[in-house]
Design a protein around this ligand. Structure first.
Ligand SMILES: [Ca+2]
Ligand SMILES: [Ca+2]
Ligand SMILES: [Ca+2]
Ligand SMILES: [Ca+2]
Length: 405
C-alpha cells in the first residue's frame, strides 16, 4: 500500500475567522427549519440539496447559490451547518463542489470538487477529486491515487464518525489500450495517508459504489454487482447483506447501503422480493439487516401499494430515515415523502410534514438522519414546509423530532 495523501496548505487564511450565519433559537420539537439560507437568513434564488448529517445538527449540503458575499464563482459549493451556525467547507474554487459528508463532530468533512485551486498548489485539470476539509485548521487534504497511480476521477466520500477514516469511490486510468476502467471503493486513513482498496478487483466483479464506513474504519459497506457487501478490513472477510431469506441469491438488485457506527447493522434498498417473507409490492424497498443475528427486516411503506428507498441509518443503529410514496392513486398521492422509523418499536413519523400537518406538496428526497435519530435532513422544492419559502427551488431542511441529550 502506498501513500495517497498530499498534505495540503491553507487555502483561505481568513476562512476560520469568517463570522457564522445566524443559528436557530431552541424551539419546541418537532420543528422544521430551512438551513439553505444566506448569512442574513434570507432564502437563496438557486437550488440547494444533498444533505448529509453527523451528530446533533451537523449537516453538510450543496448550494448552487452564494451563502457568502465572497462566493462569486457561480458554481455549487459545499457548506456545513454547525451547532453555532453555518460555515463554508469547499470555499469557492473555480469549479463545482458537491457531495459533502461530515464526521460526527463535523471536524472533518469530505467533499468532491472539479476545480484546480482548492489547495494552494494548483491542479493541472478539473477531474473530480475527493478532498477532506479540517474545520479546526482550515486545511484541505486530497486523495491522490492508489499505488502510485493518479485517480482519473473520485467521488462519494464518507468520513467515519470518529473523524479518522474516509471511504470513497475512484477510477484509475486504463492500464492498457481497450481496457475498461472500473470504479472501486477505497479506504483512506488521515493519519499516515494509506489508501486500501475495499471492493473486489477480480475480473467480472463489476463496478463498486455507494460506500459507507463504521466508526474506527473497520467495516466498509458498498454496492458491487447489484449486491450489498460489508467488508471487515481487519480480517478481510466480506459478508453479503443482500441475501434471500433461505440464504440463497436475491432475485433483484440491491444498492445504497447505510451502516451503523458499530458496523453491525446495515440498511439498504433492494428490488429483490425474496429477502423477507411477505414482500409483495413488486418494487423497491428499504431493508435493515442485523449482521450479528442474520435477521433482515423490511421497512414497509405507508400503504399496501407503496415503495421505500434512500435509506439513512442513524449511527447508533436505532432509527432509519427513508423516502416513500404510494404507487397508486392520483399524482399527489405518488409524491415521495420522507419518513423516520424507530426500528425497535416500528414507530414511524412523517418528516417532510407541511405547515398544516399534512404531507409535502412536491417531492422530498435525500434524507439523512443524525447520529441518535433526533434530527433528519432532506431536500425538497415543496414550498409548504416552512413559512416564506417563495424561491420555487429546492432547499435543505432540518426536522428536529427530539432534543439531543
Ligand atoms: Ca458558489
Ligand atoms: Ca419489494
Ligand atoms: Ca401539503
Ligand atoms: Ca424552496
Amino acid at each position: 500500500m502506498t501513500t495517497g495523501l498530499a498534505a495540503a496548505g491553507v487555502l483561505f487564511g481568513t476562512m476560520g475567522a469568517l463570522p457564522e450565519a445566524a443559528g436557530a433559537d431552541p424551539a419546541p420539537v418537532p420543528v422544521t427549519e430551512r438551513v439553505s439560507v444566506d448569512r442574513e437568513g434570507a432564502q437563496l434564488a438557486e437550488p440547494s440539496y444533498d444533505p448529509d448529517m453527523g451528530e446533533g445538527r451537523i449537516t453538510a449540503f450543496t448550494a448552487e447559490g452564494p451563502l457568502w458575499q465572497q462566493d462569486t464563482n457561480g458554481k455549487p459549493d459545499v457548506h456545513k451547518v454547525q451547532n453555532s451556525g453555518t460555515g463554508p467547507v469547499s470555499g469557492w474554487p473555480d469549479g463545482p463542489s458537491y457531495d459533502g459528508s461530515p464526521c460526527a463532530s463535523g471536524r472533518m468533512t469530505g467533499f468532491v470538487s472539479e476545480s484546480t485551486d482548492v489547495t494552494t498548489r494548483p491542479l493541472p485539470d478539473r477531474r473530480p477529486v475527493v478532498y477532506v476539509h479540517n474545520t479546526a485548521q482550515g486545511k484541505y487534504s486530497w486523495v491522490r491515487g492508489y499505488q502510485g497511480v493518479l485517480f482519473a476521477s473520485a467521488g462519494q466520500p464518507t468520513v467515519d464518525p470518529h473523524c479518522q477514516w474516509l471511504t470513497f469511490t475512484a477510477t484509475l486510468p486504463p492500464a492498457g489500450p481497450g481496457e475498461q476502467p472500473r470504479s472501486h471503493v477505497y479506504r483512506f486513513v488521515f493519519n499516515g495517508g494509506t489508501v486500501d482498496r475495499v471492493s473486489d478487483a477480480s475480473p467480472g466483479a463489476g463496478d463498486a459504489s455507494d460506500p459507507d464506513i463504521s466508526a474506527g474504519g473497520r467495516y466498509v459497506a458498498y454496492e458491487q454487482g447489484g449486491e450489498v457487501h460489508v467488508r471487515d478490513m481487519d480480517t478481510g472477510t466480506v459478508e453479503k447483506a443482500s441475501v434471500a431469506r433461505d440464504g440463497g441469491a436475491a432475485d433483484g438488485t440491491s444498492s445504497a447501503p447505510s451502516l451503523s457506527a458499530d458496523g453491525r447493522r446495515v440498511a439498504f434498498a433492494s428490488r429483490a422480493s425474496n429477502l423477507v417473507d411477505g414482500d409483495r409490492n413488486g418494487g423497491v424497498d428499504v431493508f435493515v439487516r442485523d449482521l450479528d443475528t442474520g435477521v433482515t427486516t423490511l421497512v414497509r411503506g405507508p400503504a399496501k401499494k407503496s415503495w421505500t428507498a434512500e435509506p439513512s441509518l442513524s449511527a447508533d443503529g436505532t432509527h432509519v430515515a427513508y423516502t416513500a410514496a404510494r404507487t397508486t392513486g392520483g399524482t399527489k398521492n405518488r409524491v415521495p415523502s420522507v419518513y423516520l422509523r424507530e426500528l425497535t418499536t416500528g414507530k414511524t413519523q412523517l418528516i417532510s410534514v407541511d405547515l398544516k400537518g399534512g404531507r409535502n406538496d412536491l417531492a422530498a428526497r435525500n434524507p439523512s438522519v443524525n447520529a441518535d435519530g433526533g434530527v433528519v435532513a432532506f431536500d425538497s422544492a415543496s414550498s409548504d414546509l416552512v413559512s416564506g419559502d417563495t424561491n420555487g427551488v429546492s432547499d435543505v431542511f432540518l426536522r428536529t423530532v427530539k432534543n439531543s441529550q
